[in-house]
Design a protein around this ligand. Structure first.
Ligand code: ZN
Ligand code: ZN
Length: 444
């Protein structure tokens, strides 16, 4: 069968609009819109039917009537009128069998959608199409009956047309992998839902003071609801790096909430110095995406002055969050101030440097975190250790090691749970007094 014969057979059975007829032949010919394909088929069939009619072939009149009613063809109807043939009342046009004429309201759907997203900043979007089950079932059945092999589905047709028209009216771009927004449009209920994808802002932070946790720490008694113990704040600590950094970003982006992702974390009583620790703030449902990050960085540093400092703020994507988590075991540099029970000798400290540089440390989960972490033994490598004596009982140790090493326990030995340790190697009980993270070395 030729495409023309196939098209006529379809129209004989069902009313079909130009889009729905044309898309059954979508893979024939390039650079043609489906409605133009449908229109071309109907025009060709009208010419053919006219010729049949002139040569007194009864098919001619019959086909013109089919085209005028089921094909909604103005040309076929005009031809019939010239022949003074009337179209019977019962064959008045019914809506398109497949789309119920919904492919004719695309422009209205576009306007409705644009209104809904008018208050959002975005550069890329994707259209998702929601269809009633009955519509898809009908389409499947139609495909089976007519053995459609080069057609395009109704879902594709809606999605492609809506995407193209929105692109043309907004100069934004359709993007399949990581769109800023997904517009979910149901052409049958005319319902438009929008799904705003998160905005990711990356940077590095330095924590200049002790006793601020990295993340918001809920009160353990009330779990955030607020109680007497936490002074009705719901929090165990009034501030955190997370809040000091995220709050300004959330406000500027007019988002719903934030999540704070970092490459590892320092203890509450440790500072984070050097070039800082890499982090990503994930902002849910942002209305604004075109943020001035340089200015925002300054605002954060002003409001968190003396406590937290951010640098190198830049936009990033979800992939980086995954890499940050992986990077938890990236190299870290620490400085710890140690106090000993008995006096230490320069010679003892040189031995310590020698024994710890290049050492593989076996650590059982520290007693202080055992209540929230599984009891495991981990092995962490130390690249380099340098020790400086400050007084008979005090020394400063700088270490560069694999991330995840518990430095306080490396000093104390944690009741024998960390080996080797400073206490163990020197036979002199050592206590960590102050801890700073000097550097987080990440491949970026
Ligand atoms: Zn249709
Ligand atoms: Zn509380």
């Amino acid at each position: 069968m030729t495409p023309l014969e196939e098209a006529l057979e379809m129209l004989e059975r069902h009313p079909l609009c130009d889009h729905c007829l044309g898309r059954q032949f979508a893979l024939l010919g390039h650079g043609i819109e489906n409605n133009d394909r449908g229109k071309a088929l109907k025009l060709s069939l009208t010419l053919q039917a006219s010729a049949f009619n002139q040569s007194k072939n009864a098919e001619g009149l019959k086909n013109l009537k089919i085209l005028a009613t089921n094909g909604f063809s103005r040309e076929a109807a005009d031809t019939l009128r010239r022949l003074k043939k009337r179209i019977s009342q019962k064959s008045q046009p019914r809506p398109c069998f497949l789309c119920e004429n919904r492919l004719q309201i695309i422009d209205d759907l576009v306007q409705k959608t644009l209104k809904k997203i008018a208050n959002y900043e975005y550069t890329t979007f994707l259209v998702g199409v929601e269809l009633p089950v009955a519509v898809e079932e009908r389409e499947d059945e139609f495909k089976a009956v007519f053995a459609i092999s080069y057609g395009e589905s109704i879902r594709h047709e809606f999605g492609r047309l809506l995407g193209k028209k929105i692109e043309a009216q907004t100069d934004k771009t359709v993007e399949y992998r990581k769109p800023d927004m997904v517009l979910i449009i149901n052409p049958f209920t005319e319902d438009v839902k929008i799904q705003v994808n998160p905005l990711f802002v990356a940077g590095r932070y330095r924590k200049l003071v002790r006793h601020i946790p990295q993340s918001k720490w809920f009160c353990s008694s009330c779990r955030g609801k607020g109680c007497e113990k936490c002074g009705w704040t719901g929090k165990l600590y009034p501030e955190s790096v997370e809040e000091l950094v995220s709050n300004q970003l959330l406000k500027a982006a007019e988002g719903e909430k934030t999540a704070f992702h970092a490459s590892g974390r320092e203890d509450i009583d440790a500072r984070m110095l050097g070039s800082g620790r890499p982090f990503v703030v994930e902002i849910s449902k942002p209305k604004k995406r075109f943020l001035d990050l340089r200015k925002l960085g300054e605002t954060i540093n002003d409001t968190a002055k003396g406590k937290v400092e951010v640098s190198n703020l830049h936009f990033t994507s979800k992939d980086i969050v995954r890499r940050l988590k992986k990077g938890e075991s990236a190299q870290k540099e620490y400085r710890v101030l140690m106090e000993f029970e008995s006096d230490v000798s320069e010679e003892g400290l040189r031995v310590l440097e020698e024994k710890l540089t290049g050492a593989l440390i076996k650590q059982q989960t520290p007693l202080r975190v055992l209540h929230r972490r599984a009891d495991l033994t981990r092995e962490k490598y130390i690249y380099e250790v340098k020790v400086k004596k400050l007084s008979p009982k005090k020394a400063e140790m700088k270490i560069r090691c694999q991330g995840g090493l518990y430095v306080k326990e490396l000093v104390s030995d944690d009741e024998g749970r960390t080996t080797p340790s400073v206490s163990g190697l020197l036979g002199n009980r050592a206590k960590p007094i102050k801890l700073d993270v000097l550097n987080v070395i990440m491949e970026e």
